[in-house]
Design a protein around this ligand. Structure first.
Ligand SMILES: Cc1cc2nc3c(=O)[nH]c(=O)nc-3n(C[C@H](O)[C@H](O)[C@H](O)COP(=O)(O)OP(=O)(O)OC[C@H]3O[C@@H](n4cnc5c(N)ncnc54)[C@H](O)[C@@H]3O)c2cc1C
Length: 343
């Protein structure tokens, strides 16, 4: 029996579990679907990652794209060498290569987690709290697989509703990048040297919001992922404006090299081009948003509304994309303090 179960050992979960386990009086279980850092380094490439296709995106001329998230202890940060050494404190038990599939509930209280590891189904009990730190693509799914989410959606997926929470899976925000595959001449005109990556424009706070949900109750099934990129006209206008300003800065020689982007492009043609080439950027927020409105999933203390002993602490609670992963990880400290205060 543990005191706390932390599900997901990424940017937030890894630090939170260490912080909780620093209290010698508590036993903490950290459940991570990916490998330990040493194993990540041994494998090097391809890096272990979640990669899921979206549904066809009307805002991208009907193209489906892929969203990616880091997988492994320390999250995406673990991709950088020694970022996350395997922890050795005695009251933290780390389960790597262990997929949390649902939160165990007793009435309206979270009591533990069911996980799949090495072909076995295992249940861990947590007497004080379960904390979801599985990231914006996974924490909403974990809630839904546990029967916590929009009732009609759960029914359609074949999951029995334990608590109707309409906002789970909504308000998903994904940045948009527009790669500009400029030829060498354009870079020379700018006085830039061509780097390994082509130039790109990034919309870091798009207005568009999407959603994700279950396609069925099998945890091996990929989610139905619909970030609805460029569905808000403000995003298209912002990108087009940014693009025109960038092209204007190229000068005559650069413009010649920047086809098909440059030239006398009317607004509609430019919009068609950018919808054809835009892609999701790095990072995802939303899906279990914090707030007090009808679509809020967690409250100001990151507690899941209507369920005792269950919290979410990762990018899924954010209503806006974070500046960097440190801003997500910072959610852990106040939550750790609050959890340790409550006996
Ligand atoms: C390729 C890439 C590069 C990035 N580069 C940067 C960068 O340079 N700078 C920056 O600031 N941000 C970067 N980010 C974004 C950054 O990783 C995220 O903002 C941040 O990691 C989000 O933290 P999180 O705690 O919400 O989730 P994550 O850090 O993604 O952690 C979630 C963890 O939970 C695990 N997990 C998920 N589901 C389950 C489950 N069912 N059971 C058990 N474990 C589970 C995952 O494997 C993962 O380890 C990058 C992201 C990607 C994908």
């Amino acid at each position: 029996m543990f005191d706390f179960a932390v599900l997901g050992g990424g940017a937030t979960g890894y630090g939170l579990a260490l912080r909780l386990a620093a209290d010698a009086a508590v036993q903490v279980a950290l459940v991570e679907a990916g490998p330990a850092p040493a194993a990540i380094l041994r494998r090097r490439r391809p890096r272990p990652a979640w990669r899921w296709a979206t549904v066809a995106q009307p805002g991208l001329n009907g193209r489906a794209v892929a969203l990616t998230a880091g997988k492994g202890l320390g999250g995406t940060a673990a991709w950088d060498a020694e970022a996350a050494p395997l922890p050795r404190p005695g009251n933290l038990t780390v389960f790597t290569d262990a997929l949390a599939v649902r939160v165990l509930l007793q009435g309206r209280r979270a009591t533990g987690v069911e996980l799949h590891r090495a072909g076995l189904v295992q249940q861990l009990r947590a007497a004080r709290a379960v904390v979801l730190c599985a990231g914006a693509l996974q924490s909403p799914l974990l809630l839904m697989r546990s029967g916590i989410g929009p009732h009609a959606h759960l029914v359609a997926a074949g999951v029995a509703t334990r608590h109707d929470l309409p906002g789970v899976g909504l308000q998903l925000q994904v940045p948009v990048r527009l790669p500009l595959p400029l030829r060498r001449g354009a870079f020379a005109a700018w006085g830039l040297r061509r780097s390994a990556d082509d130039l790109e424009l990034v919309l870091e706070q798009p207005a568009s919001r999407g959603r994700l949900g279950l396609q069925g109750k099998d945890p091996a099934q990929p989610p139905r992922l619909d970030p609805d990129l460029l569905s808000d006209r403000d995003d298209v206008q912002a990108l087009a404006q940014h693009l025109r300003a960038t092209l204007a800065g190229l000068g005559a020689e650069g413009l010649r090299a920047a086809r098909p982007w440059a030239g006398p492009l009317p607004d509609l043609a430019l919009e068609r081009l950018l919808r054809e080439h835009a892609e999701p950027g790095i990072g995802v927020a939303g899906g279990c948003c914090q707030g007090d409105g009808p679509l809020a999933v967690v409250d100001a203390q990151l507690a899941v509304r209507g369920i005792a002993g269950l919290h979410v602490a990762d990018a899924s609670v954010l209503t806006q994309l974070p500046a960097d992963s440190r801003a997500v990880a910072a959610l852990g400290e106040p939550l750790a303090q609050a959890l340790l205060r409550v006996a």
